[in-house]
Design a protein around this ligand. Structure first.
Ligand SMILES: CSC[C@H]1O[C@H](OP(=O)(O)O)[C@H](O)[C@@H]1O
Ligand SMILES: Nc1ncnc2[nH]cnc12
Length: 311
């Protein structure tokens, strides 16, 4: 067996964040395991650098994989160090994130084991999770009207539909309600989210998507429905139900992520993967604090994330 390295010299442009039931990414060659730290602490798990052959060039294409809840699902949703996760990924060169999430369905037509490519989020977290890089002496305001990346979404949708014959059922858009948890919703809450137009519910889309936006990283979540939440008369949601459906559909999840990575590693998507379309956006959004008002600590932290941006 080849030896796993502890460093990787080339920039890695694409990362996959695995959620509940997706703690590893099978079918790729494991090249290196990185254990970095950041001004915001250590990430949820070591970063695995995986190779797979690019369909355009046949050359190895590197992917970073991070397990959101830790290698053994030891981090509750509110304990996930999202700032460290996003900062770590940016520091190794990542500009595109495909994030996977197990979700409850709030709509009859989104059946358990269906996939959803969400285009909107409703924030029902409670403000207890650190949610910005811009604080403590450097203020920043990024746009978040469209919380996911529409260009990435298009590719994810095409890849998902291409697997229809293998049993992947995909909904092209949807609103994900991100609740605080870790307890599941009450029936009244679940019905309220339905009345708001929520499609699916999880505990992980935020602050992950907000921080990716602040870090100028193109971010798209792929949701897999694991239950009907508690509004439905099929019974209350349990962890057994979530894990059972995740496990039963793991092969499709793996195929889906694999197809997206295959597509994204084609040369024609180079600019998208480098997130050229959002590059520089934070220079203005994050430059609102006049230099005289910037604290030394905030400047150091932001310089770690964006070397040279705010000098
Ligand atoms: C185990 S059910 C609740 C748990 O599942 C989802 O995790 P992830 O989004 O990381 O796949 C949900 O957000 C909750 O954290
Ligand atoms: N019903 C549910 N509520 C919140 N997060 C979930 N993740 C999977 N199912 C969920």
């Amino acid at each position: 067996m080849a030896k796993i390295a502890h460093s990787y010299d080339d920039p890695v442009r694409i990362a996959v964040i695995g959620g509940t039931g997706l703690q590893t990414l099978a079918g790729f060659t494991h090249i290196a395991t990185l254990t970095p730290t950041t001004p915001w602490g250590a990430p949820s798990s070591p970063i695995s650098i995986l190779h797979h052959p690019s369909p355009s060039t046949g050359k190895p294409f590197p992917i970073a994989f991070l397990s959101r809840h830790g290698l053994h699902h030891e981090l509750a949703p509110h304990e996930v160090p999202s700032r460290a996760n996003i900062a770590t990924l940016r520091s190794i060169g990542v500009r595109t994130i495909i994030a996977f999430s197990a979700v409850g369905s709030l709509q009859e037509e989104i059946k358990p084991r269906d996939f959803v490519v969400p285009d909107q989020v409703i924030d029902r977290t409670k403000g207890i999770r650190p949610f910005t890089f811009f604080e403590g002496g450097m203020v920043g305001h990024v746009g978040f009207a469209d919380p996911f990346d529409p260009a990435l979404a298009k590719i994810v949708q095409q890849c998902g539909h291409s697997l229809a014959g293998e049993g992947v059922r995909l909904h092209d858009k949807g609103t994900v309600v991100c609740m605080e948890g870790p307890q599941f919703s009450t029936r009244a809450e679940s019905n309220m989210y339905r009345s708001w137009g929520g499609s699916v519910i999880n505990m992980s889309a935020l602050p992950e998507a907000k921080l990716a936006r602040e870090a100028e990283i193109a971010y798209q979540m792929i949701c897999m429905s694991t239950d009907y939440d508690c509004w439905h008369d099929s019974g209350d949601v349990t962890v057994e139900m979530v894990m059972g459906n995740m496990k039963a559909n793991a092969e499709n999840a793996r195929r889906f992520v694999g197809a997206v990575l295959d597509e994204l590693s084609k040369d024609e998507h180079e600019n998208l993967v480098l997130a050229k379309h959002v590059e520089g956006s934070v220079k203005f959004a994050g430059g609102i604090t006049a230099p005289a008002g910037r604290s030394k600590e905030a400047k150091e932290r932001i310089a770690w994330l964006f070397p040279g941006y705010f000098d």
